[in-house]
Write a protein that binds this ligand. Structure first.
Ligand SMILES: C[S@@+](CC[C@H](N)C(=O)[O-])C[C@H]1O[C@@H](n2cnc3c(N)ncnc32)[C@H](O)[C@@H]1O
Length: 283
Protein backbone atom coordinates (compact mmCIF):
# COMPACT_ATOMS: atom_id res chain seq x y z
CA UNK A 1 0.00 0.00 0.00
CA UNK A 2 1.35 3.37 -0.98
CA UNK A 3 0.75 6.31 1.40
CA UNK A 4 2.07 9.37 -0.41
CA UNK A 5 3.27 11.39 2.58
CA UNK A 6 4.89 14.07 0.41
CA UNK A 7 1.54 14.83 -1.18
CA UNK A 8 -0.32 14.75 2.17
CA UNK A 9 2.20 17.21 3.63
CA UNK A 10 1.72 19.55 0.70
CA UNK A 11 -2.06 19.47 1.23
CA UNK A 12 -1.66 20.12 4.96
CA UNK A 13 0.79 22.97 4.35
CA UNK A 14 -1.57 24.70 1.89
CA UNK A 15 -4.69 24.30 4.02
CA UNK A 16 -2.91 25.28 7.22
CA UNK A 17 -1.47 28.47 5.71
CA UNK A 18 -4.86 29.39 4.29
CA UNK A 19 -6.69 28.57 7.54
CA UNK A 20 -4.38 30.89 9.51
CA UNK A 21 -5.74 33.70 7.35
CA UNK A 22 -9.29 32.87 8.54
CA UNK A 23 -8.52 33.56 12.23
CA UNK A 24 -11.47 35.97 12.48
CA UNK A 25 -13.82 33.06 11.51
CA UNK A 26 -12.46 30.49 13.96
CA UNK A 27 -14.87 31.19 16.84
CA UNK A 28 -17.82 31.15 14.43
CA UNK A 29 -17.01 27.62 13.23
CA UNK A 30 -15.66 26.27 16.55
CA UNK A 31 -18.94 24.60 17.46
CA UNK A 32 -19.74 23.08 14.06
CA UNK A 33 -19.62 19.38 13.22
CA UNK A 34 -19.27 17.56 9.89
CA UNK A 35 -22.90 17.54 8.75
CA UNK A 36 -25.58 19.25 6.67
CA UNK A 37 -24.74 22.68 5.31
CA UNK A 38 -21.58 23.06 7.41
CA UNK A 39 -19.48 21.82 4.47
CA UNK A 40 -20.47 24.90 2.48
CA UNK A 41 -18.39 27.18 4.73
CA UNK A 42 -14.90 27.58 3.28
CA UNK A 43 -13.23 28.03 6.68
CA UNK A 44 -14.90 24.83 7.90
CA UNK A 45 -13.72 22.93 4.78
CA UNK A 46 -10.14 23.88 5.64
CA UNK A 47 -10.55 22.76 9.24
CA UNK A 48 -12.15 19.52 8.03
CA UNK A 49 -9.22 18.79 5.70
CA UNK A 50 -6.67 19.53 8.44
CA UNK A 51 -8.45 17.18 10.82
CA UNK A 52 -9.48 14.30 8.58
CA UNK A 53 -7.55 14.28 5.29
CA UNK A 54 -4.47 12.24 6.36
CA UNK A 55 -6.47 9.58 8.23
CA UNK A 56 -9.18 9.24 5.57
CA UNK A 57 -6.60 9.18 2.77
CA UNK A 58 -4.87 6.29 4.56
CA UNK A 59 -8.16 4.40 4.85
CA UNK A 60 -8.95 4.97 1.16
CA UNK A 61 -5.41 3.81 0.25
CA UNK A 62 -6.13 0.54 2.06
CA UNK A 63 -9.40 0.19 0.12
CA UNK A 64 -7.74 1.12 -3.19
CA UNK A 65 -5.07 -1.51 -2.69
CA UNK A 66 -7.73 -4.12 -1.89
CA UNK A 67 -9.53 -3.12 -5.09
CA UNK A 68 -6.33 -3.46 -7.14
CA UNK A 69 -5.86 -7.00 -5.88
CA UNK A 70 -9.46 -7.92 -6.74
CA UNK A 71 -9.24 -6.43 -10.23
CA UNK A 72 -6.14 -8.41 -11.09
CA UNK A 73 -3.26 -7.53 -13.37
CA UNK A 74 -5.16 -8.05 -16.64
CA UNK A 75 -7.72 -5.33 -15.86
CA UNK A 76 -7.88 -2.93 -18.81
CA UNK A 77 -9.43 -0.03 -16.92
CA UNK A 78 -12.35 0.99 -14.72
CA UNK A 79 -14.82 3.78 -14.28
CA UNK A 80 -15.33 5.05 -10.72
CA UNK A 81 -18.21 7.07 -9.26
CA UNK A 82 -17.76 8.59 -5.82
CA UNK A 83 -20.81 9.92 -3.96
CA UNK A 84 -20.32 12.74 -1.45
CA UNK A 85 -16.69 12.94 -2.55
CA UNK A 86 -15.91 16.29 -0.86
CA UNK A 87 -12.33 17.22 -1.56
CA UNK A 88 -11.92 13.90 -3.47
CA UNK A 89 -9.52 12.32 -1.00
CA UNK A 90 -10.47 8.91 -2.43
CA UNK A 91 -9.34 9.96 -5.91
CA UNK A 92 -5.77 10.51 -4.69
CA UNK A 93 -5.77 7.17 -2.86
CA UNK A 94 -6.86 5.40 -6.06
CA UNK A 95 -4.29 7.27 -8.12
CA UNK A 96 -1.54 6.31 -5.69
CA UNK A 97 -2.54 2.64 -5.36
CA UNK A 98 -4.05 1.28 -8.57
CA UNK A 99 -0.51 0.82 -9.89
CA UNK A 100 -1.20 1.94 -13.42
CA UNK A 101 -4.66 0.41 -13.89
CA UNK A 102 -6.33 3.15 -15.96
CA UNK A 103 -9.37 4.67 -14.27
CA UNK A 104 -11.80 7.47 -14.89
CA UNK A 105 -13.07 9.16 -11.74
CA UNK A 106 -16.33 11.08 -11.39
CA UNK A 107 -16.83 12.62 -7.95
CA UNK A 108 -20.25 13.99 -6.99
CA UNK A 109 -20.99 16.35 -4.13
CA UNK A 110 -23.94 18.58 -3.38
CA UNK A 111 -21.52 21.11 -1.93
CA UNK A 112 -19.09 22.94 -4.18
CA UNK A 113 -15.95 22.34 -2.06
CA UNK A 114 -14.24 25.35 -3.62
CA UNK A 115 -11.20 24.83 -1.38
CA UNK A 116 -10.14 22.21 -3.95
CA UNK A 117 -8.15 25.10 -5.41
CA UNK A 118 -5.69 24.52 -2.54
CA UNK A 119 -4.98 20.95 -3.66
CA UNK A 120 -1.80 20.66 -5.70
CA UNK A 121 -2.07 19.48 -9.30
CA UNK A 122 -5.75 18.64 -9.58
CA UNK A 123 -6.00 18.88 -13.35
CA UNK A 124 -5.72 15.26 -14.50
CA UNK A 125 -7.79 14.29 -17.52
CA UNK A 126 -9.09 11.17 -15.74
CA UNK A 127 -10.58 13.30 -12.94
CA UNK A 128 -13.84 15.16 -12.76
CA UNK A 129 -15.66 16.81 -9.87
CA UNK A 130 -19.39 17.35 -10.27
CA UNK A 131 -21.28 19.84 -8.11
CA UNK A 132 -24.28 17.53 -8.02
CA UNK A 133 -26.84 16.10 -5.61
CA UNK A 134 -27.20 12.31 -5.88
CA UNK A 135 -31.00 12.79 -5.73
CA UNK A 136 -30.76 14.17 -9.28
CA UNK A 137 -29.37 11.06 -10.95
CA UNK A 138 -31.64 9.48 -13.52
CA UNK A 139 -31.91 5.80 -14.41
CA UNK A 140 -29.08 4.98 -16.81
CA UNK A 141 -26.72 7.72 -15.60
CA UNK A 142 -24.42 5.22 -13.85
CA UNK A 143 -24.70 2.33 -16.32
CA UNK A 144 -21.00 2.27 -17.20
CA UNK A 145 -19.62 2.50 -13.66
CA UNK A 146 -17.53 -0.42 -12.34
CA UNK A 147 -16.65 0.90 -8.88
CA UNK A 148 -18.92 2.89 -6.58
CA UNK A 149 -17.41 4.70 -3.60
CA UNK A 150 -19.18 5.94 -0.49
CA UNK A 151 -16.31 7.82 1.19
CA UNK A 152 -17.69 8.58 4.68
CA UNK A 153 -20.83 9.85 3.00
CA UNK A 154 -23.64 7.30 3.10
CA UNK A 155 -24.99 8.63 6.43
CA UNK A 156 -25.16 12.17 5.02
CA UNK A 157 -26.89 10.94 1.86
CA UNK A 158 -29.36 8.94 3.95
CA UNK A 159 -29.99 11.99 6.18
CA UNK A 160 -30.76 14.03 3.04
CA UNK A 161 -33.48 11.49 2.35
CA UNK A 162 -32.95 9.84 -1.01
CA UNK A 163 -30.57 6.91 -0.66
CA UNK A 164 -33.46 4.76 -1.91
CA UNK A 165 -33.43 6.57 -5.25
CA UNK A 166 -29.63 6.37 -5.58
CA UNK A 167 -29.83 2.63 -4.83
CA UNK A 168 -32.31 2.15 -7.69
CA UNK A 169 -30.08 4.06 -10.11
CA UNK A 170 -27.01 2.03 -9.09
CA UNK A 171 -28.90 -1.28 -9.33
CA UNK A 172 -30.19 -0.47 -12.80
CA UNK A 173 -26.61 -0.83 -14.10
CA UNK A 174 -25.93 -2.78 -17.29
CA UNK A 175 -22.74 -4.22 -15.76
CA UNK A 176 -22.62 -7.75 -14.36
CA UNK A 177 -19.73 -7.16 -11.96
CA UNK A 178 -19.52 -4.08 -9.74
CA UNK A 179 -17.53 -3.11 -6.65
CA UNK A 180 -18.27 -0.92 -3.65
CA UNK A 181 -15.62 0.81 -1.59
CA UNK A 182 -17.52 1.79 1.54
CA UNK A 183 -15.97 3.83 4.29
CA UNK A 184 -18.25 4.74 7.14
CA UNK A 185 -18.22 7.61 9.62
CA UNK A 186 -17.45 5.59 12.71
CA UNK A 187 -18.78 6.30 16.18
CA UNK A 188 -15.26 6.04 17.64
CA UNK A 189 -15.97 2.66 19.27
CA UNK A 190 -15.32 -0.86 17.97
CA UNK A 191 -19.06 -1.46 17.67
CA UNK A 192 -20.30 -1.24 14.08
CA UNK A 193 -21.58 2.25 13.32
CA UNK A 194 -25.20 2.79 12.38
CA UNK A 195 -23.95 4.29 9.09
CA UNK A 196 -22.86 0.87 7.89
CA UNK A 197 -26.46 -0.36 8.13
CA UNK A 198 -27.60 2.14 5.50
CA UNK A 199 -25.82 0.17 2.79
CA UNK A 200 -28.56 -2.48 3.15
CA UNK A 201 -30.71 -0.29 0.93
CA UNK A 202 -28.18 -0.54 -1.91
CA UNK A 203 -27.68 -4.25 -1.24
CA UNK A 204 -31.45 -4.90 -1.38
CA UNK A 205 -31.78 -3.06 -4.69
CA UNK A 206 -28.88 -5.05 -6.21
CA UNK A 207 -30.25 -8.40 -5.02
CA UNK A 208 -33.61 -7.51 -6.56
CA UNK A 209 -31.80 -7.14 -9.90
CA UNK A 210 -30.15 -10.55 -9.65
CA UNK A 211 -26.78 -9.61 -8.09
CA UNK A 212 -25.03 -11.74 -5.47
CA UNK A 213 -22.00 -11.14 -3.29
CA UNK A 214 -19.71 -13.50 -1.41
CA UNK A 215 -18.46 -10.62 0.76
CA UNK A 216 -19.95 -9.99 4.18
CA UNK A 217 -22.29 -7.04 3.73
CA UNK A 218 -23.01 -6.91 7.45
CA UNK A 219 -19.41 -6.60 8.60
CA UNK A 220 -16.89 -3.77 8.56
CA UNK A 221 -13.27 -3.69 9.57
CA UNK A 222 -10.36 -1.49 10.67
CA UNK A 223 -6.61 -2.03 10.54
CA UNK A 224 -4.21 -2.53 13.41
CA UNK A 225 -3.56 -5.03 16.16
CA UNK A 226 -5.78 -3.24 18.64
CA UNK A 227 -8.61 -0.77 18.43
CA UNK A 228 -7.08 2.58 19.35
CA UNK A 229 -3.69 1.92 17.70
CA UNK A 230 -1.96 4.98 16.27
CA UNK A 231 -2.09 5.29 12.48
CA UNK A 232 1.70 5.46 12.33
CA UNK A 233 1.83 1.98 13.85
CA UNK A 234 -0.41 0.79 11.01
CA UNK A 235 1.47 2.66 8.28
CA UNK A 236 4.95 3.98 9.02
CA UNK A 237 4.61 6.66 6.32
CA UNK A 238 1.69 8.24 8.17
CA UNK A 239 3.07 11.28 9.94
CA UNK A 240 1.27 14.45 10.98
CA UNK A 241 3.84 17.29 11.21
CA UNK A 242 3.24 19.23 14.43
CA UNK A 243 3.61 22.58 12.65
CA UNK A 244 0.25 21.96 10.97
CA UNK A 245 -1.66 21.46 14.24
CA UNK A 246 -3.98 24.41 14.81
CA UNK A 247 -2.94 26.55 17.76
CA UNK A 248 -4.92 29.54 18.94
CA UNK A 249 -3.25 32.39 20.83
CA UNK A 250 -6.59 33.20 22.52
CA UNK A 251 -7.20 29.66 23.77
CA UNK A 252 -8.68 29.70 27.29
CA UNK A 253 -9.65 33.38 27.20
CA UNK A 254 -13.39 32.67 26.86
CA UNK A 255 -15.78 30.23 28.50
CA UNK A 256 -16.65 28.62 25.14
CA UNK A 257 -12.96 27.74 24.59
CA UNK A 258 -13.52 24.60 26.69
CA UNK A 259 -15.46 22.96 23.85
CA UNK A 260 -13.58 24.50 20.92
CA UNK A 261 -13.56 22.36 17.77
CA UNK A 262 -10.85 24.39 16.04
CA UNK A 263 -7.97 23.37 18.30
CA UNK A 264 -9.19 19.76 18.50
CA UNK A 265 -6.50 17.26 17.46
CA UNK A 266 -6.70 15.61 14.02
CA UNK A 267 -7.54 11.92 13.69
CA UNK A 268 -4.34 10.03 14.53
CA UNK A 269 -5.65 6.57 15.54
CA UNK A 270 -7.68 3.79 13.93
CA UNK A 271 -10.70 4.66 16.09
CA UNK A 272 -12.43 6.36 13.18
CA UNK A 273 -11.56 3.75 10.58
CA UNK A 274 -14.43 1.56 9.44
CA UNK A 275 -14.57 0.16 5.94
CA UNK A 276 -15.53 -2.72 3.66
CA UNK A 277 -15.00 -3.73 0.03
CA UNK A 278 -17.89 -5.55 -1.61
CA UNK A 279 -17.99 -7.24 -5.00
CA UNK A 280 -21.32 -8.06 -6.65
CA UNK A 281 -21.79 -10.29 -9.68
CA UNK A 282 -24.70 -11.69 -11.65
CA UNK A 283 -24.81 -14.37 -14.31
C1 LIG B 1 -18.49 13.38 5.78
S1 LIG B 1 -18.37 14.24 4.25
C2 LIG B 1 -17.21 13.20 3.39
C3 LIG B 1 -16.39 13.98 2.43
C4 LIG B 1 -15.27 13.20 1.74
N1 LIG B 1 -15.78 12.10 0.98
C5 LIG B 1 -14.19 12.73 2.68
O1 LIG B 1 -13.75 11.59 2.56
O2 LIG B 1 -13.71 13.51 3.50
C6 LIG B 1 -19.90 13.87 3.43
C7 LIG B 1 -20.08 14.56 2.09
O3 LIG B 1 -21.27 14.10 1.46
C8 LIG B 1 -21.86 15.18 0.76
N2 LIG B 1 -23.27 14.85 0.51
C9 LIG B 1 -24.24 14.59 1.42
N3 LIG B 1 -25.38 14.28 0.81
C10 LIG B 1 -25.15 14.33 -0.54
C11 LIG B 1 -25.94 14.08 -1.68
N4 LIG B 1 -27.22 13.74 -1.59
N5 LIG B 1 -25.36 14.22 -2.90
C12 LIG B 1 -24.04 14.57 -3.02
N6 LIG B 1 -23.26 14.80 -1.95
C13 LIG B 1 -23.79 14.67 -0.73
C14 LIG B 1 -21.63 16.36 1.69
O4 LIG B 1 -21.74 17.61 1.02
C15 LIG B 1 -20.21 16.10 2.18
O5 LIG B 1 -19.27 16.69 1.34
Amino acid sequence: MNYNSGFVNEVLANFHASFLGDKDRWCAIAGLGPEGDTYRKKAYQKLYVLRYFPAYYLEYCILAEALRRRLGSDCQGIKVASFGCGICTDYFALKDNLNGIPFEYDGYDRCEWSTQELIPKLNDSDFSFNFFNTDDFELGDLDDVDVFVFPKSIGDIEAGGDLEHLSEVIASTKKNRVFFLNSYVSNGTDVKSVNAGYFNRVHGALVAKGFKTEDKVGSTTWNGERFGDGLRKICWDFFYPSEYLVKCADQGSMEKCSSCGVVKLPVMTNKFMEYQILEYVRK
